[in-house]
Design a protein around this ligand. Sequence first.
Ligand code: HEM
Length: 511
Amino acid sequence: MRNCLHSIFLFKLYNSGLRSRSKCTARRGRACSTASLRQPVRQLVSSVKFSPAQFTMFTVFLLLWLCIWLVTCLLKSRRPKNFPPGPPVLPVLGNLLSLNLENPLKDYERLRKSYGNIYSLFLGPKPVVFINGFHVIKEALVTKAGDFSGRPQDLFVNDVTQRKGLILADYNPNWKEHRRFALMTLRNFGLGKNTMEERIHGEIKHIIKTLDKSIGKTLSPQVMFHNAASNIICQVLFGTRYEYDDKLIKVIVRCFTENSKIANGPWSMLYDCYPIVRKLPLPFNKGFKNFEICQNLAQNIVDEHMKTRVPGEPRDFVDCYLDELDKRGSDGSLLSENRLVFNALDLHFAGTDTTSNTLLTGFLYLTTYPHIQERCQREIDQVLKGKDLVSFDDRHNMPYMQGTMIIPNLTSVLNEEGQWKFPHEFNPENFIGDQGDFVKPEAFMPFSTGPRMCLGEGLARMELFLIMVTLLRKFKFIWPEDAGDPDYTPLYGVTLTPKPYRMKIQLRETQ
Ligand code: HEM
């Protein structure tokens, strides 16, 4: 396994070397005066006259060069010895033609069935190894964590985020320091304490206000859940929430959702495979523009904090980071004002798209499986009785409700035969033990596992539980009669999003 990663790494080094060399040549070319070149070139062209023998030699030379190029491509795209199996590789294209680049999830599953849990593909000329299934993933991410906790540094997303964030940071002291700082600050701001629950309940009031306006009508929940998730993490990061029609947050959330799709889309795949296309005006440039917009907005927020902060009295993550910078001074720390902007953006993105898409998936299934929705509501009524608000601790008495969190991510493990009672069904029974108690199967790893596992898991779990219970207690969610059959196929992106849908809102009769 280490060998596989090693060859990918070498390939990346090779690529980046080529890229920087071609840049130098281009720069040198630009420095020359084009006018001074034109004259000798014209003279050369007019003085060249081919005899038939020269022409034949030239053609033979060209054909020979083409053959050498083809053989080199063929050799480059052959699987190295001991490399995991996979489908036959085409020169230059690799296995790109065997994938649906808009959404390759079904292809990955098909290849897994043909070649086993560890197989390889060539994305263009780049070899990559896919690992699937609970045991293999656990062995890689936990047992051999040191070998598998790095992150590639030569992809579209690295260039967009300028290699300064946390999610894609390589496994190095910079990642370690920023991860430790983020975890510590999240804890200080109430993760696992009542303060965070209060913040989430505060946001739920706004969700309820939006739903109340739609009683008896249908509503597309996408923007509402994205804004709610964004506001919860924004309060921790920037000490503020934004109204759902606020211009700034609308722009940021739009950039996040677009970039989530662009980053896993066909154009960024092209960008990753063929460095030669990177400077061309192709649709992936939108990703750079979107990120720049977010970066400027986040920089403004940080600038505002620098003006209004009281050192030693942090209001939020940004203030904590600035306090830490003061404390460390110039002791060679890896924290910096510039990195603050990128880390805050990473946390904002990671805390928005993920949680909101999970809520959207949850409600899609609950509206289309009304018997499961009703069973959840019976359990909620029974446990909460006269209680005003649900608290995170109530989850211990709601085994069925906890079991509704099915997340179509890390799909190979979350659907794996042998790991689940009903591997291909939306069925909370997957999480119910013989005694009717809540049981979390080992294969439930939507937050990943090992040192790079999600650092917002605690916050996300709290958000999902409190939001779902509160909304299910008050409202009934109905699949509209004229909406046709539900389509559960997710849209592919950094996180999987359900296709846009509408749900009908009713007040529950018990209310
Ligand atoms: C249902 C919601 C969520 C899901 C399913 C989820 C899932 C994941 C997964 C699978 C990873 C590992 C990615 C990798 O291997 O590189 C991850 C990493 C991460 N998540 Fe989440 N996440 C969620 C919510 C959140 C929230 C609310 C936050 C914000 C506090 C957050 C912050 C992060 C960060 C910063 C990382 C990178 C950690 C590192 O590389 O050390 N996530 N998440």
